[in-house]
Ligand binder design. Sequence first.
Ligand SMILES: [Zn+2]
Length: 341
Amino acid sequence: MLDQLNSIEKEALASLENIVDQAALDAWRVTHLGKKSPLMTILGDLGKLSKEERPAIGKRGNEVKRALEAALEAKIETLHRAEMERSLKENALDVTLPGRPRPRGRLHPSTQTLREFYAIWAEMGFQVFRSRDVESDEYNFELLNIPQHHPARDMWDTFYTTTPGVLLRTHTSPGQIHAMRAYCPNPIRVILPGMCYRYEQITASKDIQFQQVEGLAVGKHVRMTDMLETMSEFARRIFGAEYTVRFRASHFPFTEPSMEMDVECVNCGGKGCSVCKHTGWLEIAGAGMVHPVVLKNGGYDPRVYSGFAFGMGPQRVTMLKHGITDIRYFWQNDLRFLEQF
Ligand SMILES: [Zn+2]
């Protein structure tokens, strides 16, 4: 019987060696230490043994039992540690890893140009004056000397709201009236940047929304020569001093006289190319002396005050500077386009 106990111990410890999971360990416990296991059967039947056999078998039996229990405890500990290590490895958090780079955004090409505009005009004493995108017919047209049925309105068809007389502004010019009424009778030097809207066929050169930067200077003794030099200085700063500018007579209802400013083609240097339609010149801005009616509508007496105004498209400047051929790219939010700037 002692041999039997020895072999029970040997076999149990050997099979415990190979166990790697909890289910197998539970089964082992039942097989070797359960009520119906050979060891427990021997210990349970000690009373049936003779007085001579009983002490030795009892002693050895209990030794085996303790040995198996100790081995079981050790195995539980081993399995637990192995499980912990596996979990640590699987859900590893390596604090020495460098962080993932965060993709950096950048300013929209139009915003970059606008900021360049702001900086140049600020150096010449013009501050930014914000005015709203939704305007009344009165501010967008009437007060700018464009009454109902004026043929110029055909050029400025826009989007109307369901409220009669309320529309999306077609130009930043209504801001001139807002600025004059805000500052009158003080002198003014402001630029009015913002989005404008027109009901247009969308093409490579025209979109239904576009940015404009308007400028306005009002004061006593503001002359046309002031305008010519101010505009030329702006063109020199934005394109470079090597490009010549020219002014051509034009017509706008809210300025008199009116003119357009051209700059020598930055693409061909004036020789003629597809960008300048083979004229050698690029239209950059419309400008003129503020019409007396507009001055009056802004609160200034045209006999005492005078002023000049201009308007230009920052998107067009961006297109010229970067060789962008289609204005529709600006508001499509296509990263392939935007990431180039
Ligand atoms: Zn050209």
